[in-house]
Write a new protein. Structure first.
Length: 319
């Protein structure tokens, strides 16, 4: 948060004139302190303190403001100064408001039957400030609470009245990275698009291979055809990816997501070849070596018309 130069802030100077003016004079709480309200408060807060129950009960000190609230109709004794101040802020474009904090001082316990009276004053108005929400002014009121003329507590309440920051139009969703397709591996990706898991098979020695290569790494033969494999296998090894996050991966992390952390596995297929892809179906921290998996063709939609990728889902009942 940064404070702007207020030397030329004409509105700020005008608002400062309201400091010290009363917001309420000799106002009276709409209800005396009472056990039903104390009970409701304690139930809402989960406060089981013995001091707030039974004969001799006192009100929780933090209820101080509750006994002064005017509800929808307000209080008798309210002055126009506070409303005028807020009206000036509205006219200047500071039409939004957020409560920022409060401070309380407790001087005596409040007991059922106590009639609460109070005065309120506009204690301070800040210079113009710029926050992430927007630019505006912090306004602090102080309320002095009494019972039978005796001080019972002080409540300070602070709000920010601000002009909302101009929001930039949302950035277009980043495009999910595409695999690099070349003349050597185009057949593999054509198979994926058709929901088929294809590997190369050497026509010289019959060895299956993946990833796709120009020639056989067993016998050197340059000739090959393709074989469709079952897609069933086990996790041979894996890593867990934590950083950096990438906005195009919008799925939540864990069992099925790729937003991170997520598990990337080296999958040993039943036919003996190995393939790298995401392991899904269980949280990333449940992936283990030897876990049985089966291929799943997952479609990711984006402005480019979608992308199909093979991932490996843990076989149901495992993990």
């Amino acid at each position: 948060m940064s404070e702007e130069d207020v030397g030329t802030d004409a509105l700020g100077a005008r608002l400062k004139e309201y400091e010290g003016l009363p917001a309420a004079l000799a106002a009276t709480g709409k209800d005396p302190v009472n056990l039903p309200m104390i009970r409701h408060w304690c139930e809402a807060m989960g406060d089981t303190g013995e001091a707030y129950r039974g004969p001799g009960a006192i009100a929780p000190p933090t209820m101080l403001q509750a006994w002064t609230m005017g509800g929808l109709t307000g209080h008798e004794g309210r002055t126009g100064a506070y409303d005028e101040l807020l009206g000036l802020l509205d006219e200047s474009g500071c039409t939004s408001v957020v409560a920022t904090d409060c401070e309380q001082e407790y001087l005596r316990p409040l007991r059922p039957g106590d009639e609460v009276t109070f005065d309120a004053v506009i204690e301070s108005v800040s210079g113009r400030k710029t926050t992430r929400l927007g630019t505006g002014y912090f306004v602090t009121t102080r309320m002095d609470v009494r019972v039978d003329g005796e001080p019972a507590g002080t409540h300070r309440f602070r709000i920010l009245k601000y002009a909302p920051a101009r929001r930039m139009p949302p950035k277009p969703r980043p495009r999910r990275p595409r695999p690099v397709v070349n003349r050597d591996n185009a057949g593999f990706w054509e198979g994926v698009a058709a929901h088929r898991l294809l590997v190369q098979r050497c026509t010289g020695c019959g060895t299956l291979r993946h990833p796709w290569l120009p020639g056989c790494n067993a016998c050197g033969c340059p000739d090959w055809d393709t074989a469709e494999v079952s897609g069933e296998g086990t996790v041979h090894s894996y890593v867990v990816m934590h950083h950096p996050p990438f906005p195009a991966f919008t799925e939540s992390g864990g069992a099925d997501g790729t937003a991170g952390p997520y598990a990337v596995g080296l999958i040993e297929l039943a036919e003996g070849v190995r393939m790298v892809s995401n392991v899904v179906g269980v949280p990333y921290d449940k992936v283990r070596i030897g876990l049985p998996v089966r291929v799943e063709f997952r479609r990711y939609e984006d402005e480019e018309g979608g992308l199909v990728l093979p991932v490996f889902r843990v076989v149901e009942g495992e993990g």
